[in-house]
Design a protein around this ligand. Structure first.
Ligand code: MN
Length: 365
């Protein structure tokens, strides 16, 4: 049975028993391979293919003329390819020179957390339909206005946390769909443009934080909209600031993050895997040592876009609002949460000592 043409290199063609074809101008020559050869090819290439379905072509007498097998590379193989691509990207990144810290340290016991979740950069919303406009241009402006305003109006702590709690990017690849469920998303517009702006705006934010703080911790949490993109964001910024000891990037691939600040312990998770009901036990189990040493424990999540605070025997858990507008899906579904971001100040010994709420109206009116 024939399949559509597949490009093979000479070793692969030989292994599958073909006469080697002449190399065309671009890429490797195409061969028509059978389902059996496809399986052998996948074995050679170390891929695990999932059979998605079959199509057949029959002649007037009902004899099978041709058969196609629709296959898809499994998640692990795709992740492996993504990791290799990231590695290649990192190798080409030229790290920046360290910046000199000029600000006198006023309160070295304090850390300021800039909480940003579900920013949905690249989402497209139309105010007539959803109540507020949102696109790449608006989002970039809002984010820079937010950090400008929030940095100026927060205490003079020695250290900051850029707590980006996931869904920073609205979509995660060439197709504007959610990575797991493949729901079609309202997108503005090209993925390359989204990537460029995500990098540009994050760099600006980190540089703004470096002007005020001696040390900047960066959490780039995995969200359900940016499963893969959060990987390259973390790895790219880690490579980019490798010579800058004042920037600390958490590159953990496990979507649960932890920062220790004296006796105060801070946890972060997007909220797509675990929610307020039982996330406290997950954090405690994953970070037993840090938990054992700490006196004041706080956890932060996002994902559902509305505000909720819950105190358990183990910690205070807070689910945060977002600064982004709602998309048509959320608006039509009637999820109408308000829009703000909290700057929370933690003391090494006392835990939370201050918080500022930055309302979206302070940023766009
Ligand atoms: Mn989410």
């Amino acid at each position: 049975m024939n399949r559509a043409g597949v490009r093979l290199n000479n070793e692969e063609a030989k292994a599958l028993g073909f006469e080697i074809k002449k190399k065309p101008k671009k890429g490797n020559p195409k061969y028509f391979i059978t389902t059996k050869q496809q399986a052998e090819l996948s074995r050679i290439r170390g891929e695990h293919l999932i059979i998605k379905g079959k199509s057949t072509l029959k002649d007037a007498d009902g004899n099978l003329v041709m058969e196609w097998t629709k296959t898809e590379v499994d998640k692990e193989t795709r992740l492996k390819a993504a990791r290799e691509a990231i590695q290649a990207l990192i190798e080409n990144i030229k790290p920046v020179e360290p910046r000199e810290y000029k600000m006198p340290i006023v309160q070295s016991e304090l850390i300021n957390q800039y909480t940003l979740t579900d920013f949905h950069l690249g989402m497209m919303a139309w105010s007539e339909e959803t109540g507020a406009d949102w696109d790449l241009k608006i989002a970039e402006e809002v984010l820079l206005n937010y950090f400008n305003y929030a940095i100026t109006n927060s205490p003079f702590a020695s250290t900051a946390i850029f707590a980006q709690l996931g869904d920073f990017l609205h979509w995660d690849g060439i197709l504007a769909v959610t990575p797991q469920s493949k729901h079609v998303l309202d997108a503005d517009t090209r993925f390359s443009k989204l990537v460029r702006i995500a990098i540009r705006v994050s760099r600006q934010v980190i540089n703004m934080l470096l002007d005020k703080y001696q040390t900047v911790n960066v959490i780039m949490a995995e969200g359900n909209h940016d499963e893969s993109s959060s990987i390259w964001l973390r790895e790219m910024f880690s490579a980019f600031y490798e010579n800058e000891p004042r920037v600390l990037i958490d590159t953990s691939p496990d979507p649960y993050y932890c920062i220790e600040w004296g006796d105060t312990l801070l946890f972060y998770h997007h909220g797509h895997k675990r929610n307020l009901n039982n996330i406290d036990t997950v954090f405690t189990a994953k970070f037993k040592e840090q938990f054992g040493r700490s006196k004041n424990v706080y956890a932060h999540t996002g994902h559902l876009h509305n505000m909720q605070v819950k105190e358990t025997n183990l910690m205070v858990i807070e689910q945060h609002r977002t600064l982004s507008a709602r998309d048509a899906y959320a608006s039509r579904g009637g999820w109408m949460s308000g829009r703000d971001s909290k700057v929370i100040t933690y003391h090494k010994r006392f835990g939370e000592v201050d918080r500022r709420t930055i309302n979206i109206r302070a940023l766009i009116d």
